[in-house]
Design a binder for this molecule. Structure first.
Ligand SMILES: Cc1cc2nc3c(=O)[nH]c(=O)nc-3n(C[C@H](O)[C@H](O)[C@H](O)COP(=O)(O)OP(=O)(O)OC[C@H]3O[C@@H](n4cnc5c(N)ncnc54)[C@H](O)[C@@H]3O)c2cc1C
Length: 388
């Protein structure tokens, strides 16, 4: 475990800087307003970028600070503790754009996009899910056909979070209906302002500020340079989705869950030390004490799993199993944490005067998005070789 302790020390100065930033720029009242108004605070994001955190997924040669997946997860965790309206856009820049282009982009795409990631000047939304393709992403129907130096994209994406604030949609398409499954997919970068793109904000309960959307592509034309990996990327989309970026994506969701759960448990802990019933603080009742002790224990276990997997990913080591376990554990225990915290705050935990209800709304998405808990269980048993 000593390497995990070292890791915590390595990221502590970054955490301290972020906590100062969050106290100053992201006070609770502001976080509540962003949630209430479904608003992305672009000005706050701009000031966050000036700390240099979007450069953590970008190699130095492309203007970043060098890739540090452990530190990136710490940023996501700390931001999620206060507000997903900043945490999700951070992921959309650093991870959706930074990680994917670094891993799968052509050299020209890296030179174009990665310096923008470091400067916080570009945001991708993920256009993977469709009305009839959720867990089974390889069944997407959105189509792309190549005509000379153009690609024409048609179809519908569902639950495309933050498309209304993004510059590009990282769009999974069926690029060759005749080719075998998994060899018939590509990823196209569709500008959100291209003619033929319509974006409709959906009214999901949580993750306000980067709301989920339905996106329609009506014969949208883009140049072949918009294919991720350019012409070499044509029909290679599945390997891009299933590669190392997938492991990091699971960890992004796990880090959000740890951040929200930490905030929820901290609030309940404080409340238990202030609220009295039957002539004593509720935190003195054994059932409340034990619940809080269990939740803190889960938090430590979650954090150890998250940063263990992040360290493996950072070292370029296999971490499919560990990242699936971290995603499964952190989001399931995170859900237990926010419900438990809300219960301790009692009736007030269901009012908008407290953040407990927002933590629940934001958390409920996390065991579903980015590969549901069942899919992670499938991954773990398959990767560990259980008979099928
Ligand atoms: C708020 C929100 C934001 C989102 N953001 C994005 C985004 O930005 N981009 C994007 O592309 N998608 C996004 N999603 C979509 C999300 O990733 C999908 O909802 C998820 O992949 C599951 O798809 P589905 O809901 O269609 O469920 P389905 O695939 O229909 O599954 C329904 C249920 O069946 C279970 N199930 C399915 N297959 C299996 C199996 N083989 N074994 C066991 N159980 C199975 C699932 O676990 C689930 O419980 C978002 C979703 C939400 C709610």
């Amino acid at each position: 475990m000593s390497h995990l302790t070292d890791l915590q020390e390595h990221i502590q100065p970054l955490r301290d800087t972020l906590r100062r930033f969050i106290d100053k720029e992201m006070p609770r009242e502001a976080a509540r307003r962003w949630d209430r108004e479904d608003m992305f605070p672009r000005d706050v994001f701009g000031r966050l970028v000036s700390i240099g955190v979007t450069g953590l997924t970008v190699p130095e040669e492309y203007g970043g600070t060098g890739v540090d997946i452990v530190a990136t997860m710490a940023v996501i965790e700390e931001l999620s503790r206060r507000s997903l309206a900043v945490a999700v856009p951070y992921i959309m820049t650093s991870c959706y754009c930074g990680m994917n282009i670094r891993e799968s982009g052509s050299e020209a795409q890296k030179r174009h996009f990665l310096p923008k990631v470091a400067r916080g000047d570009v945001m991708f939304a993920y256009g993977l899910t469709e009305p009839d393709a959720g867990a089974d992403l390889a069944s997407v129907r959105t189509s792309a056909r190549m005509e000379n130096d153009r690609v024409i994209v048609s179809g519908t994406k569902r639950f495309c979070s933050g498309a209304n604030i993004a510059d590009y949609i990282y769009t999974l398409v069926k690029s060759d209906p005749q080719a075998p499954r998994y060899k018939n997919l590509s990823v196209i970068l569709v500008p959100t302002n291209a003619p033929g793109v319509s974006i409709r904000v959906a009214d999901a309960v949580g993750m306000k500020g980067a709301p989920t959307t339905d996106v329609t592509f009506d014969a949208v034309e883009v140049p072949t340079s918009a294919i991720v990996g350019e012409r070499d990327g044509w029909n290679n989309g599945w390997s891009m989705l299933a590669g190392p970026v997938l492991n990091v994506e699971k960890l992004e969701v796990a880090a959000m869950a740890v951040g929200i759960a930490q905030a929820a448990v901290d609030d309940a802990w404080d409340y238990a030390g202030q609220r009295s019933q039957f002539g004593k603080l509720i935190g003195k009742f054994q059932s409340v004490r034990h619940k809080l002790a269990d939740l803190r224990t889960d938090l430590l276990a979650s954090r150890l799993m998250l940063y263990h997997a992040a360290a493996l990913a950072n070292a370029g080591k296999p971490c499919g199993v560990e990242s699936s376990m971290a995603k499964l554990f952190c989001t399931e225990r995170g859900r237990t944490a926010v419900i438990g915290a809300q219960e301790i705050i009692g009736a007030y935990g269901l009012t908008k005067e407290f953040d407990a209800e927002r933590y629940v709304r934001d958390m409920l998405i996390l065991p579903i998005a980015g590969g549901s808990s069942n899919i992670q269980r499938n991954n773990i048993s398959n990767m560990l070789g259980l008979a099928r």
